[in-house]
Design a binder for this molecule. Structure first.
Ligand SMILES: Cc1cc2nc3c(=O)[nH]c(=O)nc-3n(C[C@H](O)[C@H](O)[C@H](O)COP(=O)(O)OP(=O)(O)OC[C@H]3O[C@@H](n4cnc5c(N)ncnc54)[C@H](O)[C@@H]3O)c2cc1C
Length: 506
């Protein structure tokens, strides 16, 4: 029998989460993934013989609810205790570390301020957390369910108390720079703490928008190993009865019907094979889904225009280094945690300024990890992998991306790391640099965008990706979305996959 209750396009982590909930709910589910392995941007890639990395290199806030509902522990998932502490690297070997709710190597003033700052943001994050796992109400809807969701969200915030609520309203849309300046004095610390408000978005410390919201989004959930998460999600999907087919790119979603009404019939693969289903759930990004897989002829012009206008140009590149030994960072016994190379918030701002005009910065800022320290299968014995998120590398480079342009920014990124780890160049066996344009090609994500489309006020909550498709359903009955491009957004969280499945099962 070649008919399914649901077909999920893409075995990214959200597609896998959605498929597993649907299969647990009794549906016959097929997941179709274009790549040869599941995991999407978190899938492992061998970038040099014996050396493995994944584009998404750390899981910092995966949903505890999803992990428990899907019984991921039975498939090898383990919540990490360390929580991938943030290490702000100082050029003089003086580093500041924020982890496990405390600050190390900071001034007394900053340490005291951090306690107050993290307690306040912790309360805000807790109040917001349930909203990440709910379908957002439709704007203007008087349906009981939508009104209840509005009421619950409001009540949760109201329970913060008057003083905290006033403060929440004040800081929620502050530029990262303002909130850091209010609390802290050390420039390296401010840059490191603002990182989670900025990474993956088209924002720098002075941008007013959603930096504080992004920080709060990233303050719930659990840390874990990327590889274990992907393996456990694949294991849970299969155990629940969902079928996963890799190497199976979907060419188009089959739409049936006429002017009296459209509906989903299934999908056609690039191979020409057709598979029918009652519904199709896309784990691909919204522009890919609506413009490429479904086709604009099936939507009204207003909806199509809103989808075309989504901002999807990524700004994060990936550097992978195969090293013949452990890199030595001055002042660190062990290069653990997420090491932030950004000496000040101005350094971040200047790097962003270059990208605004289609250029790569001469002083890139970045987040560096050594994942092979926690997983010795990623590199041959005694050797290591260095993985870095390099901000802000434009999707559209002025003059276009050429090998020379890619080599140029790769070498500048390595030179920048070498300021903190002077011997690193002698250890490099191989390097790989993936621009957002490369990520688009290799991972089928429009613009190579971290969140599939910008994480910004006009594209968040009941506007994500746009009204008319913000509740996981779409203008075409039977067609749903479940990726980072839907509420609440990207990162390895599982919320969009969870919410889409709940909406369908309802
Ligand atoms: C450079 C970079 C670094 C990142 N680092 C981190 C990090 O360290 N930590 C973190 O939490 N997040 C990180 N992210 C963000 C995170 O990777 C994404 O938000 C997350 O992967 C989104 O998951 P998803 O399941 O929604 O989509 P994806 O992971 O993008 O998966 C979508 C899947 O759909 C498949 N697909 C698309 N089209 C088709 C088709 N036609 N047919 C079949 N299959 C198709 C794709 O092949 C892919 O497997 C990073 C993102 C980038 C770009």
């Amino acid at each position: 029998m070649n008919h399914y209750d649901s077909i999920v396009i893409g075995a990214g982590h959200n597609g896998l989460v959605c498929a597993t909930y649907l299969a647990q709910g009794g549906q016959r589910v097929l997941v179709l993934e274009a790549a040869d392995t599941p995991g999407g941007l978190a899938a492992g890639r061998e970038f040099h013989p014996g050396f493995h990395a994944s584009v998404a290199h750390s899981v910092n806030h995966f949903s505890a609810k999803v992990a428990s509902d899907l019984n991921l522990a039975a498939h090898g998932f383990e919540a990490g205790a360390d929580g991938h502490s943030i290490v702000g690297l100082g050029t003089d070997g003086a580093h500041v570390v924020a982890g496990a709710g405390a600050l190390h190597n900071a001034s007394d003033k900053d340490t005291a301020a951090y306690d107050e700052y993290s307690a306040l943001l912790g309360r805000f994050a807790k109040a917001l957390e349930p909203s990440w796992f709910r379908t957002m109400p439709r704007i203007g809807s008087l349906a009981v369910g939508d009104l209840m969701t509005f009421a619950r969200m409001g009540l949760k915030l109201r329970l913060l108390g008057k003083k905290d609520l006033q403060e929440f309203m004040r800081v929620a849309s502050l530029p990262a720079r303002d909130i850091m300046d209010e609390y802290f004095e050390d420039e390296t610390l401010k840059a490191a703490l603002s990182w989670d408000g900025l990474i993956g978005s088209r924002m720098a410390p002075r941008s007013p928008n959603s930096a504080v919201l992004a920080m709060l989004y990233r303050m719930s959930g659990q840390a874990a190993s990327v590889k274990e998460l992907v393996n456990s999600l694949s294991g849970a999907a299969t155990a629940s009865g969902a079928e996963i087919r890799t190497g199976a790119p979907v060419k188009r979603v089959v739409i049936n019907g006429d002017e009296n009404g459209l509906g989903v019939g299934g999908v056609e693969l690039a191979s020409g094979e057709q598979i029918t289903a009652d519904r199709v759930i896309s784990g691909a990004d919204p522009q890919t889904t609506f413009l490429n897989l479904v086709g604009v002829e099936h939507f009204d012009i207003g909806f199509t225009n809103r989808i075309r206008r989504l901002r999807c140009n990524g700004l994060v590149a990936k550097l992978h280094l195969a090293l013949d030994g452990l890199p030595e960072f001055e002042g660190l016994d062990r290069p653990g945690g997420r090491m932030i190379i950004a000496p000040s918030m101005d350094a971040i701002e200047f790097a962003f300024d270059d990208a605004k005009y289609g250029q790569c910065s001469s002083d890139p800022v970045m987040e560096v990890t050594v994942p092979s320290l926690d997983d010795d299968t990623l590199a041959p014995a005694g050797q290591h992998v260095l993985s870095a998120h390099v901000m802000y590398v434009p999707y559209e480079l002025k003059g276009g991306w050429t090998d020379a342009a890619r080599d140029g920014i790769r070498e500048r990124a390595i030179d920048t790391i070498a300021r903190y780890a002077p011997g690193i160049r002698d250890r490099i066996l191989h390097s790989e640099f993936l621009t957002p344009a490369d990520l688009e090609r290799d991972y089928r994500v429009t613009g190579g965008h971290w969140h599939h489309t910008e994480f910004a006020m006009d594209q968040l909550l009941m506007m994500r990706p746009t009204y008319g498709a913000a509740q996981y359903s779409t203008p075409i009955p039977g067609l749903y979305l479940c990726s980072a491009g839907s509420h609440p957004g990207g990162d390895m969280v599982g919320a969009a996959g969870h919410n889409a499945a709940q909406e369908i099962l309802r």
